[in-house]
Design a protein around this ligand. Structure first.
Ligand code: FAD
Ligand code: 2HG
Ligand code: ZN
Length: 470
């Protein structure tokens, strides 16, 4: 064992260090299997003190550190390079809920807490932790903060950034910034936590956070509407927001092709309607009611009825039980996995102003189809947030691997259209290593320079997740 690893072993003990290839394997490849690394070791500290001890050694020895939570990231941000010199620092052993304060509506968590575990802990205290996404059974709160994860409830509760009140961070020097304050008002200068949120591990290691909680709704009602076009989906969004205001907690759209993929790859699922609405879109909307199930049901039915009367909704169904609510969400949340089972695909996680969504889709679809005849568009996303997963699968007769090699020009079409509509080429998944070069085309030189200055100030030795983001 090298001298550096011997020193790290003295800090984390045998349980905190993996150096054999088989043991390291799960930490060396990303969820999409696009980035494979070769770490010097996988280090699994059990406490903030241990993280700080490890980082001090890394700073002294100029050893690069790649933080990893649940390894569900989609941009390769948590994977080391192949040099065999970087350590992967995994937070999986830091899973303690340190405190819940129901009066202050806050929960204090260690970074390795799994999102689903946090939701359950909040519910156990009669509160809601609203962050929700398809990977919640594995993704960690540290990873959510580091990517500023979005998910399906942003419309009502905001991104992860909006849920964070305080933070504890091990800096690149090994010092610990203790900022675990549960305050909704604190204007004492720069709000440092926001630097680490969305930094994808390039500025420090988040070890704990104070997050906001909300009242548990009395009922969650979900419905699916078939609509003719993204434009009609937006018209339904307007109706839902006008009628339901803050009770509208989800508004997702997916195409009939997305639905077909889920039905094909998840045999237990079933189509929401008997009629097949080919070339249409589906909207999954959710209303959370603070009074009762009956009141929530009236609200969702009223939205859908107005949609039908306005000629916007072709057909609609409302879940009659919690099991049906979950079945509806499964149709939406399994799209990513269904797509993966279908074969490799090009992902574009983009946002444009909600008012431009329909025009963006029409213009981009036409251009992509002209340039790449036969491609299969897998368009879905968080419509209420203006965030589309504009994913593209190979034409039926083309091998996905060959398509992926040839398709750089397709991404250029999509991203240039995003820029034309003043959008973002990464709405929620971050840049990682996947979009590090691509972002240089779309961010101004001034913005990139400011980002480099922040990086140099907080990580002067360049040991924190080098080669990611910037
Ligand atoms: P990892 O993948 O382990 O790491 C992600 C990044 O954060 C890396 O750069 C890593 O270095 C850094 N990092 C991790 N922990 C720390 C830490 N403690 N301190 C500093 N840096 C750290 N994302 C969305 O936003 N919305 C969605 O709806 C959504 N749905 C998904 C559905 C599926 C099926 C999958 C596979 C992914 C989905 N994602 C979604 C992406 C992913 O789940 C999120 O980015 C999530 O926040 C990553 O958490 P993680 O713990 O897995 O992080
Ligand atoms: C989702 O919204 C995730 O389901 C994943 O952000 C999106 O697979 C994708 O591109
Ligand atoms: Zn998403």
């Amino acid at each position: 064992m090298s001298a550096v690893l011997e020193r790290i072993a003295a800090v984390v003990g045998a349980a905190g260090l993996i150096t054999d290839e088989a043991g390291m394997a799960p930490y060396t490849i990303d969820w999409r299997k696009r980035y494979a690394g070769r770490p010097l070791a996988v280090v699994r500290p059990a406490s903030t003190r241990e993280v700080a001890g490890v980082i001090r050694i890394c700073a002294e020895t100029r050893t690069a550190v790649v933080p990893q939570g649940g390894n569900t990231g989609l941009q390769g941000g948590g994977i080391t390079d192949s040099s065999g010199t970087q350590i992967a620092l995994c937070t999986a052993r830091m899973r303690r809920v340190r405190a819940i304060d129901p009066i202050n509506n806050t929960i204090t968590l260690e970074a390795g807490c799994v999102l689903a575990q946090v939701q359950r802990a909040a519910e156990g205290a009669g509160r809601l932790f609203p962050l929700s996404l398809g990977a919640e059974g594995s993704a960690t709160i540290g990873g959510n903060l580091s990517t500023n994860a979005g998910g399906t409830a942003v419309l009502r509760y905001g991104n992860t950034r909006d849920l964070a009140l305080g933070m504890e961070v091990v800096l690149a020097s090994g010092e610990v910034w203790e900022g675990l304050r549960g305050l909704r008002k604190d204007n004492t200068g720069y709000d440092l936590k926001h630097l680490f949120i969305g930094a994808e591990g390039t500025l420090g290691i988040i070890t704990a956070a104070v997050m906001k909680l909300y009242p548990l709704p009395a009922a969650r009602l979900a419905g699916i509407a078939a609509v003719d076009s993204p434009g009609d989906a937006i018209r339904l969004l307007e109706i839902a927001q006008r009628q339901s205001g803050d009770s509208l907690t989800g508004f997702e759209m997916f195409s009939d092709f997305c639905l077909a993929l889920v039905l094909k790859h998840f045999p237990g699922t079933s189509a929401p309607f008997r009629t097949c609405y080919a070339r249409s879109q589906y909207v999954l909307l959710e209303i959370s009611d603070s009074r009762s199930e009956a009141s929530g049901r009236t609200a969702i039915e009223s939205v859908l009825t107005e949609g039908v009367v306005a000629g916007v909704v072709l057909d609609a169904v409302v879940a009659q039980s919690l099991a049906q609510v979950q079945a509806m969400w499964a149709l939406r949340e399994n799209i990513t996995e269904a797509q993966a089972r279908e074969g490799q695909n090009l992902k574009h996680d983009v946002s444009v102003p909600v008012s431009c969504i329909a025009e963006f889709i029409a213009a981009t679809d036409a251009e992509v189809r002209r340039a790449y005849p036969g491609v299969r568009l897998v368009t879905f996303g968080h419509l209420g947030d203006g965030n589309l997963h504009y994913n593209v699968a190979a034409p039926q007769e083309v091998a996905p691997e060959a398509f992926m090699r040839e398709a750089a020009g397709l991404t250029r079409i999509v991203h240039d259209n995003v820029a034309r509509f003043n959008g973002s080429i990464s709405a929620e998944h971050g840049l990682g290593q996947a979009k590090r070069e691509e972002i240089r085309r779309y961010k101004s030189a001034l913005e990139l320079d400011l980002m480099r200055k922040v990086k140099a100030a907080l990580d002067p030795l360049g040991i924190m997740n080098p080669g990611k983001v910037i």
